[in-house]
Design a protein around this ligand. Structure first.
Ligand SMILES: NC(=O)C1=CN([C@@H]2O[C@H](COP(=O)(O)OP(=O)(O)OC[C@H]3O[C@@H](n4cnc5c(N)ncnc54)[C@H](O)[C@@H]3O)[C@@H](O)[C@H]2O)C=CC1
Ligand SMILES: O=C(O)CCC(=O)C(=O)O
Length: 528
């Protein structure tokens, strides 16, 4: 029975989808040691930001195929450890965009009009209209840091409210900023000019403590800063001090370096001009339904053997690409399997050559598929699209990808894999014919035309009378049935290859006899 563990509160719509294909256990608030103890029973894990999936938990997850993060940030998942173990990580990149953007806008408005403090004062019996005079957003300068999905929505709404919007995002082009009518500025200039700064970038080693005491000092004393992105991007102690001392006008935070926010955090000591919310950016009914459906559908699909649309650890291999390239990926994988069995040992270099019309396809998914096939001979089922590149790197396989669109061998082009190791080099070429049929078209540069089959035998031999007959008789004597046979040669009575498709595998003892046939130089049984 396929089993899914849901370890954070998830909208019922997601649970209903998962229940179509699996037994779903909802167990929220599990301590890490308990999660580690039970994770071995599960094929899939669905989380929000409450569960931290460490390398230790992934190590204990013997059956786990997929981790689904119902949200954007996957910083609570050890993605490299999941990749190494071949566990797919998926998220919902867009399901909570609007919710998070609206939270940032709500906090900007609440800050500039002192909403929480005025409310608390009124509830406590006060009527203080003078103390809580605020500011308008209209005509103020907003600096958006991170002009991605959420930052762009904040920018759009802010413009509609009459704000002058600037942005800092080193990965956004001038054309895109121009389209959005946003001025791109360097970070120091943005902080110096802004009346409001709103952060919408990921937490990475580069962005940790990006907003530190030094940068805060460059802000106007009336400026306010909002962080609905990730904790750790702002130095919390420095921010508490800057708000307390009046270095800046105020701050609002939804996210913290350590969550839940520690009882002793200096932020909890600041009494005025600071608003804290407990990571509520994605907490709208709409967003929770969106992300739950988005991620549950992906988990369901992966458990049914279908591709996921938002995989975090196999970039470039989304569902659309997988579907379009299905036979081409299958060809790359088959050629990889074939090549590793021809090489018969460790490979130090793999060249993936996309020829003719094949060169129009994206190379990266085909390289991953070729590596999966290549490594599956040694690693079996533990190798998949998620960990193939990493495993190849760890084994020191140097991968070269070449696009040669001038080559015109077949209508749809062809794919050639070549490998080298200390002893020899081999190459195989294949093509996808009409109706998605796969063909092996060359072996070590010898032309053939063979449909791949489960059991095959490849030989290198001298092209001389009697050799084919002897091999046929030998296999017949051992009750190995030949389904088809192909011979490829470049010159008469020179070197040649033979490809036999067999109904049965070749026993090792028979292979010794095949090698003993006069004229046979190499014989490689292949199982696909
Ligand atoms: N508070 C909450 O509940 C939520 C928080 N988030 C967080 O919001 C953040 C933004 O999410 P999205 O807009 O969906 O992501 P996104 O990937 O669409 O946008 C992120 C942007 O940050 C930019 N960026 C990366 N490094 C940068 C740097 N050093 N300086 C400036 N910009 C940089 C990228 O180029 C990109 O344009 C993420 O950290 C996400 O985890 C997302 C949803 C809810
Ligand atoms: O699941 C949540 O509520 C947190 C959402 C979030 O931070 C994200 O999607 O990155």
């Amino acid at each position: 029975m396929t089993k899914v563990l849901v370890s954070d509160p998830i909208d019922q719509a997601g649970i209903d989808i998962l229940s179509q294909v699996a037994q779903v256990d909802v167990r929220t608030g599990l301590p890490p040691e308990e999660l580690k103890a039970i994770i071995g029973d599960y094929d899939a894990l669905m989380i929000r930001s409450g569960t931290t999936v460490t390398a230790e938990i992934i190590e204990a997850a013997d059956k786990l195929r997929i981790i689904g993060r119902a949200g954007v940030g996957v910083d609570n998942v050890d993605v490299p450890a999941a990749t190494k173990r071949g566990v797919l990580v998926v998220n919902s990149p867009e399901g909570n965009t609007i919710a998070a953007a609206e939270q940032a806008l709500a906090l900007m408005l609440a800050l500039s009009r002192h909403v929480p403090h005025a409310h608390a004062s009124t509830m406590a019996g006060g009527w203080d209209r003078k103390k809580y005079v605020g500011n308008e957003l209209y005509k103020k300068k907003l600096g958006v840091v991170g002009l991605g999905k959420i930052g762009s929505h904040v920018a759009r709404v802010a413009k509609a409210m009459g704000m002058d919007v600037m942005a800092y995002d080193p990965y956004v082009s001038a054309e895109r900023a121009q389209q959005m009518q946003v001025r791109l500025l360097p970070l120091p200039a943005l902080f110096a000019e802004a009346d409001f700064v709103s952060l919408h970038l990921p937490r990475t080693p580069d962005t940790e403590n990006l907003v530190n005491a030094e940068l805060l000092k460059t802000m106007k004393s009336t400026a306010r800063i909002v962080n609905c992105a990730r904790g750790g991007i702002i130095d919390e102690a420095a921010l508490a001090e800057a708000v307390e001392n009046g270095t800046i006008g105020g701050a609002a935070l939804d996210v913290y370096a350590k969550e839940p926010l520690e009882a002793g955090s200096p932020l909890r000591q600041v009494k005025e001009r600071l608003i804290l919310t407990p990571h509520l950016g994605a907490s709208t009914e709409e967003a929770q339904e969106n992300v739950a459906i988005d991620v549950a559908e992906q988990i369901r699909d992966v458990l049914l053997g279908l591709p996921a649309r938002s995989a975090v650890n196999i970039p470039g291999l989304n569902a659309e690409v997988m579907e379009q390239l299905k036979p081409h990926l299958q060809l790359a994988e088959t050629l990889g399997q074939l090549l590793s069995q021809l090489a018969g040992g460790p490979i130090s270099e793999l060249e993936v050559r996309l020829q003719g019309d094949f060169a129009a396809h994206p190379a990266q998914p085909l390289v991953v598929a070729a590596l999966k096939g290549l490594l599956s001979t040694a690693l079996g089922d533990s190798i998949n699209y998620v960990n193939a590149s990493l495993e190849a790197k760890e084994r020191g396989i140097h991968v070269l990808e070449v696009k040669d669109d001038a080559s015109r061998d077949f209508a749809g082009g062809s794919l050639q894999l070549s490998c080298r190791n200390s002893q020899a080099s081999h190459s195989v070429t294949g093509a996808v014919f009409a109706e998605g049929e796969l063909r092996i078209t060359t072996i070590d540069e010898f032309p053939v035309n063979v449909a791949p089959s489960r059991h095959m035998l490849f030989t290198r031999h001298r092209d001389m009378p009697g050799i084919i007959g002897q091999l046929g008789s030998l296999l017949g004597e051992h009750n190995v049935n030949i389904a088809s046979m192909q011979v490829g040669r470049r010159i008469v009575r020179g070197d040649a290859v033979m490809v036999l498709s067999l109904d049965d595998p070749i026993p090792p003892s028979l292979l010794v006899s095949v090698h003993a046939i006069n004229g046979i130089q190499e014989a490689h049984p292949v199982t696909l």
